[in-house]
Ligand binder design. Sequence first.
Ligand code: NAP
Length: 320
Amino acid sequence: MKAIQVHKFGGPEVLELHEIPSPKPSHGQILVRVHAAGVNPYDTYMRSGTYAVKPPLPYTPGSDAAGSVEAIGDGVRKVKPGDRVYTAKTLTGAYAEYTLVDESQVYPLPGKISFAQGAGLWVPYGTAYTALHHHGHARPAETLLIHGASGGVGTAAIQYARAMGMIVLGTAGSQRGLDLIKKEGANQVFDHSKPEHAEEILKFTGGRGVDVILEMLANVNLATDLKLLATNGRTVVIGNRGDITINPRELMLHRSSVSGFTLWATTETEAAEIHAAIAAGLENGTLRPIVGKEIPLKEASRAHQEVLAPGAFGKIVLVP
Ligand code: NAP
């Protein structure tokens, strides 16, 4: 099979297409024929060798794939050959024509959801759900600011939050991104490339502030976020790419809190909750993964450049 492999950590150019043997499923394992693989920002951090999780070399990147079951090992009960599935992590990497997964890592993909959309489920929707519910303790009628709403996690968060009855304020840095988040249901949109956007957000809330903030770039925004919180507000740090100075007095004044998490530490119970919410949302149409770009597998290095570039528009997926 063809697979992207990383033989040494480095820039996007270390993503190379190789011809390697297809894996064979052992007991409790499933071989999935990959129709689309999701590209997540963490794939780029891991590839560069600077991420907390450093896989042994060579490795094939990617945790989010969607495709059909090609073969199953002994004892597998959850799926059968031909079933449409999405993955939440894999054993051998998603950027390939086939990926091997444990039975616990596959979930059914409804017929009305395309494979490209299915490749944008686990990391984006798992992260948005964890941030909103497990950390943000979000409630209907509360006001939510999604600081960075135009990408994979942000669009997922808009859909979850609107479906549960929150008032959603979203930000993007391009007109196309602003139009997208408005279309996905944000009640009001703001341009985070304009310094005055924080003031505009506060003004929109009548000076009260927002109840929950989902922050995609904490090293830029955290100090401002703390000023935008209402009393008892919660900021959830989802993305961060550096250091920032904050004034902790803002937390005292607003009786507010900041928390953070990584999806890697999700427990089995939390994962069951996330997949149940994804299944329900896909079925009732409140969750509609946005695919902005489909890029051929062999151009994975281009996908890694584009996923970090400004102007996000939903997900970027690789197509073998
Ligand atoms: P993505 O699809 O590449 O989207 C990135 C988002 O960040 C876009 O909405 C982008 O907006 C926005 N952004 C850019 N500059 C910003 C600024 N100054 N202020 C606020 N937002 C800004 O990435 P993603 O998959 O949604 O992930 C978002 C972040 O969360 C990444 O840093 C990722 O590594 C992290 N993440 C963390 C976890 C976790 O477990 N904690 C899980 C998944 C993702 P424009 O392009 O429109 O400017």
